[in-house]
Write a protein that binds this ligand. Structure first.
Ligand code: PEP
Length: 256
């Protein structure tokens, strides 16, 4: 069985002090032992990771980075490596977020190198996949997802694939007024599971989690989490307050 997930990426929001406050308020809301039935994670900015380490220590909430470099160290000014995230206590690292692709020139070929380094250093990559609005209009959604998946996972042995969390986030639905329709979400998650089956076999596909993001809210999350092949919710704006995130966690928990 795949353990469900509730996660939030904060983008460039929350200082270290705000992270400490968020953590204390979230811990006060979450039921003890909740992490037995779902994995809960937050992705703060790099400068707040040590605050996350201090304030989420021993709690149900894990945390991770929003990006990393593929090299372990070196002349890469302004970058952060996998060992640095591990030292800061991270369990996860998000890769290929739509904003990294759109504004920082990242490609899935670079993402492949990052994913390789993340796995080698013991981090769980959260690999974002998703089509643009134009891809969708041209009927290329599944083709694009297949290309992204194949490129990012090139060279990974099948047994490593379930260590990666796939995050299907249609790029046109991120930061938007509404999430993708339940029909579109279900079709794309099922298509991704089928791609995994074709490439790595049923056992790997059954064990690999595919979470959903893109304008998810407590209102639409109830339906989205119950769709076939949706193993979790991955939320931006609606979880930037601990109370908002606690509502998302509760939705995933009740559906588990
Ligand atoms: C995101 O940035 O990955 C995201 C899903 O944001 P939002 O929920 O705000 O659309």
């Amino acid at each position: 069985m795949r353990k469900p997930m509730a996660g939030t990426g904060w983008k460039m929001n929350h200082t270290a002090a705000e992270t400490a406050d968020y953590a204390e308020r979230l811990k006060a809301i979450l039921a003890p032992g909740i992490a037995d039935s779902l994995d809960i994670f937050v992705l703060p900015p790099f400068t707040a990771l040590h605050a996350a380490q201090r304030h989420f220590a021993g709690s149900s909430v894990a945390y991770g980075g929003q990006n990393m470099h593929w090299d372990l160290y070196g002349a890469w000014t302004g970058e952060i490596s996998a060992p640095m995230l591990v030292e800061a206590g991270c369990r996860y690292v998000e890769l290929a977020h739509s904003e990294r692709l759109a504004h920082f020139g990242e490609t899935y070929e670079l993402v492949r190198r990052k994913l390789d380094a993340a796995l080698a250093e013991g981090l769980t990559p959260i690999l974002c996949l998703g089509e643009t609005g134009e891809d969708k209009r041209q009927g290329r959604t599944v083709t694009v997802l297949a290309e992204q998946l194949a490129t990012a996972l090139t060279g990974q042995p099948a047994e490593r694939v379930p260590e990666v969390v796939l995050a299907y986030e249609p790029r046109w639905a991120i930061g938007a007024a509404a999430a993708a329709s339940p029909g579109h979400v279900a079709a794309c998650h099922t298509a991704l599971r089928t791609l995994l089956t074709e490439r790595y076999g049923e056992d790997v596909a059954d064990r690999t989690r595919i979470i959903h993001g893109g304008s998810v809210t407590p209102e639409n999350g109830e339906e989205l989490i119950r769709l076939p092949d949706v193993d979790g919710l991955f939320v931006g704006r609606a979880a930037w307050s601990p109370e908002g995130f606690a509502r998302i966690v509760d939705i995933v928990h009740r559906a588990a």
